[in-house]
Every structure is written in C-alpha cells, then in structure tokens.
Design a binder for this molecule. Sequence first.
Ligand code: 17S
Length: 853
Amino acid sequence: MAAPLTDQEKRKQISIRGIVGVENVAELKKGFNRHLHFTLVKDRNVATPRDYYFALAHTVRDHLVGRWIRTQQFYYETDPKRVYYLSLEFYMGRTLQNTMINLGLQNACDEAIYQLGLDMEDLEEMEEDAGLGNGGLGRLAACFLDSMATLGLAAYGYGIRYEYGIFNQKIKNGWQVEEADDWLRHGNPWEKARPEYMLPVHFYGRVEESKEGAKWVDTQVVLAMPYDTPIPGYMNNTVNTMRLWSARAPNDFNLMDFNVGDYIQAVLDRNLAENISRVLYPNDNFFEGKELRLKQEYFVVAATLQDIIRRFKNSKKGFSGPVSFDSFPEKVAIQLNDTHPAMAIPELMRVFVDIEKLDWDTAWAITKRTFAYTNHTVLPEALERWPIGLLETLLPRHLQIIYRINQGHLDEISALFPEDMDRMRRMSLIEEDGGKRVNMAHLCIVGSHAVNGVAEIHSNIIKTDVFRDFSELEPEKFQNKTNGITPRRWLLLCNPGLAELIAEAIGEEYVKDLSQLQKLNELVDDDTFIRDVSKVKQDNKEKFSQYLEKEYMVEINPSSMFDVHVKRIHEYKRQLLNCLHIVTMYNRIRKNPKAPFVPRTVIIGGKAAPGYHMAKMIIKLITAVGEVVNKDPVVGSKLKVIYLENYRVSLAEKVIPATDLSEQISTAGTEASGTGNMKFMLNGALTIGTMDGANVEMAEEAGEENMFIFGMRVEDVAEMDAQGYDAMTYYQKIPELKQAIDQINSGFFCPKQPELFKDVTNMLFNHDRFKVFADYEDYIKCQEKVNELYQNPREWTKMVIKNIAASGKFSSDRTITDYATEVWGVEPTDLKIPPPNEPREALDETARALREK
Ligand code: 17S
C-alpha cells in the first residue's frame, strides 16, 4: 500500500482550488513579506505564528479590494433591486480559507506558504471565529451571504458588530463554565470601519402632536458606526458587503444641560450608550425580554433603514423634484431573520409618515410590499412578546404606530368575521392576558407580503397551527423555503479529500450546482469508488482522533463508529435520549462482557444558554456518565463518551467530516429545520433521526430506507398530547429504561452527590414536554439496526454514497434561488463580473449582457 498523502499533498492535487501558477506564487510571497514588514512591523526572527496569520490574511485581503470596489460600482451603475438580509446574528466562523477558496487562491497560497517554510493549517488555526451567532439561525444567515454573492445578487447583510460573540465554553469538573469571547483583541483584518457613514439612532423621549403631524422629541442619541466585511462569491469576482453597526456615544453625551459640571463622570458614562453593541445574547430558541436586547433590535433596524433609504434616494439622483417612494418596493426587498428585527416595520412607517410626509395608507402599502418574514421556531418560549411598558418608555412613537397598525388590522378582521371576538383576540398584535404585550410575529405577518417556514413540515405547522388564523385570512402569503448550507464551507473547505474525490468522479461543476451530485448514483456499485469514499472517511476520522488525543488527552479508537450529536443543548433536541442509549449500551456490555459489540465513540457537544439550568444539568450528566464508562476496564475500547468542549463553527468543520452517524433526534414537530443534519449528509455520515424538520425531506430525497428513521411522527405526538403522556408507563414496561433511570436517579454516575440528577429524572417523569421515554424503545431498536449495517462496511458505504448523491437539494444556492424568485422578485445570474485588471469597458459589457437577460 502506498504511504498516505499528507494534507499538504492532498490539497495540492485539488484542481477546484485554483491553479498554482509560478507568477501567482511569487506575487503572494512578495505580498506576504511586504505585510510582515510594513503592516506587522516584524522580521522572521521575531514573528509569531499569529504574525504569519495576519501577514497572510492581509495578502489575501488585498485580492478582495479591487473586486469589492468594482462590484459596488457595478451595482451603483446598473441599479438592480437590492436585497437586504436583516439579522441580529451572523455566525461567520473563520474567513481566511473561505476567501482563498472563493477567489481560487487556495492552491497558490498553499504553495507560497509551503515555500516560505510555514504550515498553512497552523496559520489558519490562529484565526478567531467570528462567533456573532448562537446556532442554526445565525449560521443560516452566514450561508445565505455566501450564496447570495455566488448567485450575483445585489445583496447586503445588516447586523450588529458585537464586541463579544457567543461565549467560550470550558468544561470544568464536568460542568459548563462560560468565558468572554474577546474576539477583537488582536484586531480584525476582515473589516473596514466607515466612520464617515455614521448615523444617529434615537431612544426614549416623547411624542409631540402638532398640525404637521407627530414629532418624536427630547430623545437620547446613540451613534451607529458601520464596519464593512467583504463577502466574496465563489469564482465570480463578485464581492458583496456585510455591514455591522457598532454603538458610539456622541461627543457631547451627558455633557448637555444640567450635567455640565461633571466632565469625568460624563466621559465614563459613554459606556452606557456603547454597551448596546457590547455582547450577543447567548439564548438559542428562547426569548428574554430585557431592555438592552430591545435596544439592540431597534439600533440595528434604525441605522439600517437610514442606510437603505439613503441608497435608494442616491440612485434617484438626476431626477428632479421630490423623491417618490412609489418605486421603493421595486428597488428594495428586506428579509427579516425571525422577528428579531421586527421593529423595522413600524420604523419604516415612522420615516415615511412623520419624516417623508407620506399618507398612512400609501406608506402602509409600500411597507407591506417591501418586507418578508422568516419564522424559525414554533416553541412558545422563543416567540418575542415585548411588554407594552418597555416600548412606551424606549420607543413611544413606535408604540403609537403599532397601535394604529393593529387598529387597521382588526378592522379588516371584524369586517370579514363580524362579532368573532375570540378571533380578534387571537389575532391582535396586542396580547392582553396578564400584562399587555406586543406579539412580534403577528406584527411581522401583518407587515409583510410573504411569510415562510424553513422546512416543509415546519411551514405546514405554522400554517395549520401556530398562525392558522392568519393563513386562513391570507393563504397566499404563506410559503416554504427549506433551509440549505453552503457547499463551499461545508464541503470544499472542511472536507478537501471528499470534494476532490467527487470532482474526479463527476467534474467540478457540482460546486455551483449541487444537484449534480445525483450523478454519483451511477457509482454506488463501483468498487473503486466505494473504497475511495470509505478511505476518505477513515482518513478524516484518524485526523480528528489525533486532534482529540492532543487536545483532550483521551485515547480514541479510530475504527470504532463515530456517533456524533452536536448542536445547542436544549430539552427539545433530546440529548437526554442519546444519554439513555449510552447508559443502555454500557449496561449491556457489563451484563455480557464477552458478547460481540460494535465499538462506538459517542461524541456530544454544544453550548447551554448560561441561564438554562436544565441544559447545564444535561451537560453534567453526560460528562458524569462518560467518567464512569470511560474508566471501566470491562468496557475497554468498546465504548467511549467524549464531551466536545466549545462546539463552534471551526470545530464543526473538524468533527462533521469525521462522523459516521449523525444524531438528529428532536421530538417530531419541534426542530423547525435543522441545518447540521444537512452538513453531515453532505459529508458522508448516515442519519439516525425522527421525522422532524428537514429530516423529512432528507428521507424523501434519499429514500427512507437509506436513513435510520424512528419514533413518533407529528400526528402521534399530537394524539399523545390529546390522550395525555404518562412517562411512568414506559418506565414500568421497559426494563432497560427502568435500569438506566434508576442508576441516574440513585447517584450511580455521581456517588459523591447521589442527589445531583434528581431534577433531571423528576423532569423526565413529571413534566417532560418532549416525551423522551415515549421514543426510547424505538430509538434503541433503531440503533441496533445501525450496528448491524456498520458491521458490513461495503453496504454502509453504499448507503453513504446514496446519501451524498441525494444531498443536492440542501445547497443554500437552491434556497436563495427560491427566495430570489418567489419572495424578492430578483433574478440570480451566473455572469462573472470582469476582474479589476481588465479595462472598464468589460464591466459595461457585463452590464449590457445582464440587461438583455
Ligand atoms: C433555528 N432557530 S436558532 C431552528 N431560533 O431551531 C432550527 N432562535 O431548526 C433551524 O434550522 C434554524 O433556526 C435555521 O432556520 C433558532 O435571543 C431564536 C432565538 C435566538 C436568540 C434569541 C431569541 C430567540 C437572543
């Protein structure tokens, strides 16, 4: 057998990563040395690995600049309809490798870094993740930016430049401990501050009525400073912009009026204003009605709308007379990533009515045609319902506007359903039961022309359940847009071995058209291909094992099945069900140590919201079970339990390509879509999962027989809710379940504190909203089927190939194409903007071609 290729060699072979070219390499080396000298002010004697990372980052960034300016110039001149993606989260991860890939510079950079005697992967590891998101919703926004640039849309991401992203998770003595994520400490080479475009945002104050209309006065001002990050498309010379706002105090902050005397205190108090963009709220799927969070939501919205309107007016330059907003919806589409930026709806109305002096009905018609809203969850505790009191103090004019929107809305309902008071109560924007609140989802539905869920099953649930009254009123408004992931980061970047193997088999076009993966179906019986796919997986597992052994000093058996469950810790995601399976396997080994056993390494990872007690107990339980299992000599190398510390984008990129079995086991009807499920499928893992979220469509694409589907369906869960769920009956009926629960309950996994897990078992018995016990038996049986197949590597790999071949639907390029044509009214293009070194006429030529299309 030939010696395995090093990663350096593997990456060199890959043609989809750009041509090496001697001039290219020489120029990159020159740029690198220049930046080391002039930007970092170091020589090779004193440079640290971080200096080398920054030197390379600046060198690669130089290649973005001309394309970035060109693209924006091109948009200014052709004035296409702009798409604005508003989100409180953009979970970007690292940028260096992604930029090299999208610019086709990867191979040339690899070679340059190699010739300089450095190791590319070491440099890449120096980059901090941009962790400006919690989980799926934030990462989805990041995948969408990549796809919008790749599809040539004139798109912008707008959000907040949090000074601290999602916390770093440490596991100490089995417990989660949070640390601040000071990601900007060493500087961020990927952003450009734009202080010249700073904008004011107003808070508090009062409303003055006059004959010229309402006036919001006596406000406190915070400045919004934009920072721009380039978003390169894949190999098309397009570079879009993500603009993140940072809060700055005005220089006269707290120095006006009666505060003149206390200059020092006034300077110190600048923090109060600047705290708005200090830190990301670390909740995933949970609403916390804090004033600072509401300030964040309005801050991004107010700054962004000023920017959008400025750009709209600017494109009207040369027309005489006052600007007309009639064409606004033909030039602007605004997508709301959940309700978090919902205040954009009353804010646009305020600008139109109070400032631009449009009449209400005209303003409202334009507003509705501009906005679209994506819902990402049906969990009631995640839905934003802001107390009236908070809004009244912070945004008094907006509260008035919301009331007026509600009035018109309720008038329409009462005209259609006279005397149906209950319907009016259900559909009102204002909830009255126990303290008045604004239901932000209702506001978004009423203020948008399109509302979508993120997977078929989820979109059906919102139509027939959560928002039933609304879809009855306006059925055409409700759509589905099944989520997707970008194949650039989630295949080319994280799994070069598999990406290249696929390119050798079906060509390189699949990177931009993932549906072409279907062609792999012709190779399911091809012995060479089967061997190669299985070899790539084994190599990835070995590399990840080395990483784990180095980072955590644990011993890993790389031929065991890697069974991976990574996502935020939440009761609905049912990490506890997985935990019960681990305990069950452990008990079976101990009961019958000589019996054959399919070796497994169970890897669980994810962050718990710092205030979510049960989620933190779940982490402690998993680590406690791991302690006992991993140390038991009877178990040996058959079963290992690893808690993966600080799961984040850059760690996902390592673990997903090394996974055999992907756990997607939420209670049916609770996981809106999931996107991790798609990443695993694309990277050659098989899925054990419930019929929930996008799992349903994965099964549709791959065939149910090619996934390990178990458990209750949505209908079964609904029926059980009607009948009443009784955990005790399962406990009494299933001996292995009883044994596992008794062990957890009695302190078997934590003898020093035998009471420790009483909260957990009590929850499982008495108030388990997610019915863990009800799916236990079927889950265990399904895991046995997984073992059976794993013992037949050829059949396992054939199923893997069928899954990869069926994963094309889950490209975010497909998702974005659907949003573009069915929601935003824009057309994706595969036209390539000419690169900056080509003459200007080339750009005009492209513009003409685009117009003719
Ligand atoms: C997720 N929703 S993270 C769904 N909501 O759970 C996934 N967060 O199934 C889906 O794949 C993904 O969206 C993408 O569509 C999420 O305060 C809600 C939320 C986040 C933060 C917050 C409050 C609510 C900080």
